[in-house]
Design a binder for this molecule. Structure first.
Ligand code: ADE
Length: 396
């Protein structure tokens, strides 16, 4: 069954951005799903509900609608990507054509879905939102492409989880804008090739390596999203606070940005938490101290690590002598599935130098020992002194 929500609002609330002054709204947003909606899929994946999980919760989905940027000029960060998209969008628009297919990859929470929406908005096109696991059977794909109109954007989240049949049906659809319909069985099998309108596929994945070469090669743009800098996160926090009418001093903004793990989704979630804390405390303005106190009370530490991160690091240090320890073993010890560990928790810890990924498994770095106030073991001290490993600082 394909559920289509033509309201364009997965939460059933108001249209995104209605409280903002954006003239260029996409014509329509359509959410497609076979068994579960895109939110349900995300919610299931988010079994460990955490403040600092980069996975999108239903609550994020609802509240992010108000603060989500609609245009490239509102979008903060990923500047090289924005320049490239901006040029290609204006070129495609002046030719009156659909934009070439785009693949976004990178850790969750960095803006893949937001950018897909921005693309649709800038192209003044409709967007259809779905995800790889929802497109299991041929009829899921056929039902979906059947609804496409000229210039539409089709967004497939978790595109690495498309079934093989779905992927094969998609090849001609994205390459030649045709779909092959098969009817009958055995000798009576017939294939009919039907034309499709020219559309733009925007795929998103946290695991680019799991995409087949054949699928990856069919995207005109393959774009990696990077973690955001402190300055970019501060700009996002200040913008969100402004939209939510939260009065925040520069030190408050910076305190949140520093603990947001390079991830806008987390930054926006922390703004809402700090707002609630400040309101409860009767604060008129959020200053640096109030923001820090709020985040401390939610157990988000000064470098943005939460209980799960600290537990992960202390397990590597205490149970496995600092590693190396295999991903599966580590996942089993902390009671998390290895995909979530690898896609959700690890990227920031690796990027910021707390964990090192080696061929023999994960290792805690000197920074992890230092952050958890543990003495450095002899071996690490020696390697540090010999310059074999580096002491890393966040976002160096
Ligand atoms: N909210 C979430 N991500 C954002 C971004 N990149 N720019 C502005 N606001 C955002």
């Amino acid at each position: 069954m394909t559920i289509i929500k033509t309201s364009g609002d997965p939460s059933g609330e108001s249209q995104p951005g209605t409280n903002k002054t954006s003239k260029n709204k996409p014509k329509q947003e359509v959410t497609h799903s076979a068994e579960a909606s895109i939110e349900d899929v995300n919610e299931q994946a988010n079994r460990r509900s955490s403040l600092l999980s980069c996975q999108e919760s239903n609550s994020d989905l609802r509240s992010d609608q108000a603060v989500r940027p609609d245009t490239l000029s509102e979008y903060i960060g990923q500047s090289r990507l924005k320049t490239m998209l901006s040029m290609s969008i204006s070129a495609a628009r002046s030719r009156g054509e659909a934009l070439d297919h785009v693949l976004f990859y990178g850790p969750p929470g960095l803006g893949k879905t937001t950018l897909a929406r921005v693309i649709a908005n800038e192209m003044q096109a409709r967007i259809h939102l779905t995800s790889g696991p929802s497109l299991e059977r041929p009829r899921d794909i056929i039902g979906l492409v059947h609804q496409l109109e000229e210039g539409d954007v089709l967004f497939i989240d978790e595109i690495h989880r498309l079934s093989r049949v779905a992927e094969e049906l998609l090849y001609p659809a994205i390459e030649d804008f045709v779909i092959d319909l098969t009817t009958g069985k055995g000798h009576a099998t017939r294939t009919m090739r039907l034309p499709l309108p020219k559309f733009t596929l925007v795929g998103a994945t946290t695991k680019a390596g799991m995409l087949s070469n054949a699928l990856r090669d069919r995207f005109g743009f393959v774009c990696r999203l990077d973690f955001y800098t402190q300055e970019e996160l501060s700009a996002i926090v200040a913008r969100t606070a402004g939209i939510l009418s939260v009065k925040m001093e520069a030190q408050g903004v910076e305190a949140i940005a520093r603990r947001a793990r390079g991830t806008p989704r987390i930054a926006n979630r922390l703004v809402r938490l700090v707002r609630d804390y400040g309101q409860y405390q009767g604060a008129e303005v959020i200053d640096g101290e109030m923001a820090a106190r709020a985040l401390d009370s939610y157990q988000v530490d000064a470098l943005g690590l939460d209980i799960t991160d600290r537990k992960l690091l202390s397990i590597i240090i205490d149970n496995y002598d600092g590693g190396p320890v295999g991903l599966e073993t580590l996942a089993a010890t902390i009671g998390e599935d290895s995909d979530t560990l690898e896609d959700v928790w690890e990227p920031f810890l690796i990027q910021s130098g707390f964990i090192q990924r080696t061929p023999r498994g994960r290792m805690a770095t000197p920074l992890a020992y230092q952050h958890l106030s543990r003495p450095l073991p002899q071996g690490l001290q020696g390697r540090l002194a010999a310059g074999e490993i580096k002491q890393l600082d966040l976002f160096q």
